[in-house]
Design a binder for this molecule. Structure first.
Ligand code: SF4
Length: 383
């Protein structure tokens, strides 16, 4: 049941008497006519020739009230000044797909939107106001603890989530992974869990998302509007200067490997929309993220600089003495490092090629005292 507050009815009357356009929003139609006020909603029927007192009474009717509070929230509270914010908040309650009563019923239980590694839950207040909760997807169903006033000293003993209410607190949460390592790529799937922003208004909710995933809401909305400005690899590479200008020389096939190494979902939650150049798509998977990546990021450009230098080297033919199992073990080690699985391999599990003891055994057996595999020097002519 939604109650209409006096100020919401006042705003409706003010809109109709101020000479502004009639109201036509999410199923609510209201206008000032020569015969009085007209008001209609799909569930509340049609009223015509209403006096102002009748209009006020009709606005509080059961079939009309949700439409009035809904109109007030979107037009008077959210407004139109932040177009990306408004678009995201409308998306968070499927406003373009569901009627007001359907949304109000769903909002009672909470409507969830996944965004990278976080989930935004929109809920409904008694007068149609929306509140938003943001937490890590891994923390579904975990209770919130007391408000974390000092974010430097979370309650380490509590199994409940640390509560926050300031979007800027998301900066610290997004800075390090769960092992305390700096996260250079904010869209990497390594966001720590254990926190919740449990009672945000729409503005703070979108600001919090933008701290976790910078520019994600704006780029998502630009893409929806068909206005995402994508800068492809060639253009990005050509405009690099200084120490980065060599990335322009990276061969096309190596750009495929860059995208494969850095931009797939296991490494980055943005959906790569940039290609080699306009009309020349990369074969590498761009991912299925909720929000797009519109240009190669600085991490990828920095990595590409290193790979460009490495690509300049000539190949050599080396001869190594390895058993078949040792060759497969080297392949397993490369796989484990590339997939970030090294820490998952238990010390006792010597059947895993990347097991630490097994790798140490291989090194002891196959490296010479200069660290050369099978005693084969890297630069034979310099020996
Ligand atoms: S360039 Fe690749 S790694 Fe960088 S943000 Fe975009 S998708 Fe992610």
């Amino acid at each position: 049941m939604t109650d209409v507050r006096d100020e919401q009815i006042e705003a409706l009357v003010e809109q109709l008497t101020s000479g502004s356009d009639p109201i036509d929003f999410d199923g609510l139609h209201a206008a000032a006519t020569e015969d009085g006020y007209a008001l209609s909603t799909p569930e509340g029927g049609e009223y015509e020739g209403l006096s102002e007192a009748d209009l006020r009474a009709a606005a509080g009717d059961g079939g009309v009230a949700p439409y009035v509070t809904n109109w007030y929230y979107w037009e008077e509270v959210v407004g139109h000044r932040g177009r990306h914010r408004r678009a995201f908040l409308r998306h968070a309650e499927a406003a373009h797909e569901q009627t007001v009563p359907e949304r109000y019923a769903a909002l009672e239980d909470g409507m969830r939107t996944e965004w990278g590694e976080v989930v935004v839950t929109a809920t409904l207040g008694a007068h149609g106001e929306r509140r938003y909760e943001i937490r890590h997807t891994d923390d579904a169903g975990v209770d919130s603890g007391p408000l974390n006033v000092d974010s430097d000293t979370p309650d380490a003993d509590s199994e409940a989530l640390d509560r926050y209410d300031d979007p800027l607190d998301a900066r610290e949460l997004a800075t390090y992974d769960d092992r305390g390592r700096y996260r250079p790529l904010k869209s990497a799937p390594s966001l720590v869990s254990g926190w919740v922003f449990d009672d945000l208004d729409g503005r703070d909710a979108v600001e919090t998302l933008d701290v976790f995933y910078p520019a994600s809401v704006a780029n998502w909305n630009r893409e929806r509007e068909g206005d995402l400005d994508v800068t492809h690899w060639r253009e990005t590479a050509e405009r690099q200067t200084g120490i980065y200008d060599i990335v322009e020389d990276l061969p096309r096939e190596a750009v495929e490997w860059v995208a494969q190494a850095c931009c797939v979902d296991s490494q980055c939650l943005k959906r790569r929309e940039w290609q080699y150049e306009e009309g020349d798509d990369l074969a590498a998977d761009g991912g299925a993220g909720a929000f797009p990546c519109r240009e190669p990021c600085s991490l990828v450009v920095a990595a590409a600089r290193k790979w460009t230098k490495l690509a300049e080297e000539e190949t050599h033919t080396y001869e190594f003495e390895l058993t078949p199992s040792e060759k497969e073990q080297i392949e397993a080690i490369i796989d484990a490092v590339a997939d970030g699985r090294v820490d998952e391999i238990r010390e006792a599990d010597v059947y895993e090629g990347a097991n630490r003891y097994r790798t140490r055994y291989l090194r002891a057996k196959r490296f010479d005292d200069k660290g050369n595999l099978s005693g084969t020097p890297t630069h034979p002519n310099e020996e």
